[in-house]
Design a protein around this ligand. Structure first.
Ligand code: B12
Length: 254
């Protein structure tokens, strides 16, 4: 069957001429059907933090579970943003604004869940020395917190020494490191060797545009992770007893 929307399409001699659609119109076709969830996803898409919180309140009033709204509504809205960004229909500032709105929403859902978070474990997150790109790290941190982990966020442009002393002090189950610049990603090497020198075998989950699996696999403690959303799954696996070798088997692409 030919997929033609008569309102948007002019058919003449088998040539389909589509009227250009705005990003908002395309997004409307991608949002979930459930009205309460749709409102949340739309608010994330619009990058409107107040609207995100308002729509979450409405959804919770309608009986939706606050924590499930993180995956089923906030993340869905962000996926629509990512899809349109990949299709060059949105610009990076749109992504950043939506991500911030999503993060606000996640914090709100956590507050509303009313569940006393008994932390599943402790994680340290940081951005490598010399690098101030911290959006990916913020996403990682927020997702881990939403899944019940305590995150010691060391921030951006963090000296190697500071990472090592934080690991010694906090004894986390894992560390997440972010690097978006090829000029600074070598800081992972220093963190890896300094930890090994101190006999600390904590997995260092690394991500961000500058690094890839081959680069990170050079380091005994390194585990590469492409998608921030996978980090809580890695933490869960560590709690189940996975060591670095088995984490690589499970999470690296072969
Ligand atoms: C936004 C941005 C900035 C913002 C940063 C704001 C902030 N608070 O983070 C500002 C304007 C400040 C900035 C500054 C600079 N930037 Co800049 N910036 C970007 C840009 C456009 C987007 C990065 C971003 O945040 N994307 C959104 C996030 C959500 O996506 P992401 O990082 O890819 O994250 C995904 C995955 O990588 C992963 N992930 C990310 N982090 C982590 C962490 C873990 C643990 C895991 C598991 C996964 C993971 O999960 C995310 C989604 O699933 C990139 C270009 C690009 N397209 O990437 C350049 C880019 C990173 N910047 C670049 C440069 C050069 C700079 C500057 C040096 C420019 C200058 N001359 O001043 C300075 C840096 C100064 C410094 N010392 O750090 C270069 C780096 C080149 C290189 N390879 O070395 C890039 C690639 C642009 C380019 N093409 O040249 N930048």
């Amino acid at each position: 069957m030919i997929d033609i929307n008569p309102q948007r399409t002019l058919v003449r001699y088998n040539v389909r001429i589509e009227q250009e659609m705005t990003p908002e119109e395309v997004a409307e076709g991608l949002f979930p059907v459930d009205e309460a969830i749709r409102e949340v996803a739309r608010a994330v898409f619009d990058g409107d933090e107040d609207e995100v919180v308002e729509s979450l309140k409405n959804a919770i009033e309608k009986g939706k579970d606050p924590l499930s709204l993180i995956n089923n509504a906030l993340m869905v809205g962000m996926e629509v943003v990512s899809t349109l960004y990949d299709d060059n229909m949105l610009y990076l500032p749109d992504v950043i604004i939506s991500a911030q709105a999503m993060i606000e929403g996640i914090e709100f859902c956590k507050e509303q869940s009313g569940e006393e978070h008994e932390y599943k474990g402790k994680v340290i997150s940081y951005v490598v020395e010399g690098d101030i790109h911290d959006i990916g790290k913020k996403i990682v941190t927020v997702l881990l917190r939403a899944k019940g982990y305590e995150v010691i966020d060391l921030g951006k442009d963090v000296p190697v020494e500071e990472v090592i002393s934080a690991v010694k002090r906090e004894k986390p189950l894992m560390v997440t490191g972010t690097a978006l610049m090829t000029t600074t990603m070598s800081a992972f090497s220093d963190v890896n060797s300094r930890l090994l020198d101190s006999d600390i075998n904590v997995p260092v989950v690394c991500g961000g545009g500058a690094v890839n699996q081959d680069f990170i696999s050079q380091y005994a403690l390194g585990l590469y992770c492409e998608e921030a959303a996978d980090v809580p799954k890695i933490a869960d696996a560590i709690l189940k007893g996975f060591d670095i070798e088995s984490l690589r088997k499970e999470f690296h692409k072969h």
